[in-house]
Design a protein around this ligand. Structure first.
Ligand SMILES: [Zn+2]
Length: 174
C-alpha cells in the first residue's frame, strides 16, 4: 500500500512534538507493523489497536481485535469508539485530533468532544457520512470538521505556520 502524501511527515512531526499517536485499524498486526517498519515509522507510534495476526508455518492466522455486540454501527471485531474509550480511560489529553477515511471511522467521529478536530479524507466514506449527519437537524458530530486531501494540510491545521517551510522543501524534493 502506497503511503498517503505527507503521512510520514505528519507522523514524525506529531511524535517530535510529543503527541501520542494511536493507530486504530481493521487491518492486522503483521501487516501494520510491516508497513510501519518499511516506512521507518514503527517507533513513532504510541499504540497499535488492530486484529492480532501470527504466522504458523506459511499460514497467517488472524484473531479479532475485540468481540463486541453493543455497538450496532460497527462490526463485531472492531468498534473504534470502544477502542478509543478504552484507551482514553487511562490517558487524558488536552487536545485530540482524529484522522480517518473509512465507514468505520464515523462511529469514533461521533465520540469526539467539541474541542477535538476530526479530519475526514475528502471524497471518502467518512467525509460523505459526516456531510450527511451535518445536514440533519441533529448532527451527531460535535468536533470541528476539517476535510483533507493530503497530510500536509492536517499538519498546517494542527500547527498553523509551523511546518510551512519544511513542507515546501519536502514537496520540491519529491
Ligand atoms: Zn461503533
Amino acid at each position: 500500500m502506497r503511503p498517503t502524501p505527507g503521512v510520514e511527515k505528519l507522523i514524525t512531526s506529531l511524535a517530535a512534538e510529543g503527541w501520542d499517536i494511536v493507530l486504530i485499524t481493521d487491518a492486522n498486526t503483521v501487516f501494520v507493523q510491516h508497513w510501519l517498519k518499511v516506512h521507518g515509522l514503527l517507533n513513532k507510534i504510541t499504540k497499535i489497536i488492530t486484529n492480532r495476526a501470527f504466522w504458523q508455518g506459511d499460514r497467517l492466522f488472524i484473531e479479532p481485535c475485540m468481540r463486541q455486540s453493543s455497538c450496532p454501527r460497527c462490526p463485531s471485531n472492531l468498534c473504534k469508539s470502544h477502542a478509543l474509550v478504552e484507551w482514553c480511560a487511562t490517558h487524558s489529553y488536552a487536545r485530540m485530533v482524529y484522522c480517518g477515511d473509512g465507514r468505520n471511522d464515523f462511529c469514533p467521529a461521533t465520540f469526539l468532544p467539541a474541542n477535538a478536530i476530526v479530519f475526514p479524507r475528502r471524497g471518502y466514506p467518512l467525509d460523505d457520512l459526516i456531510k450527511k449527519t451535518m445536514a440533519t437537524p441533529t448532527p451527531q458530530v460535535k468536533a470541528r470538521i476539517v476535510p483533507w486531501s493530503d497530510c500536509y494540510s492536517i499538519l498546517q491545521t494542527i500547527f498553523p505556520g509551523k511546518f510551512v517551510e519544511t513542507n515546501t522543501l519536502t514537496t520540491q524534493q519529491m
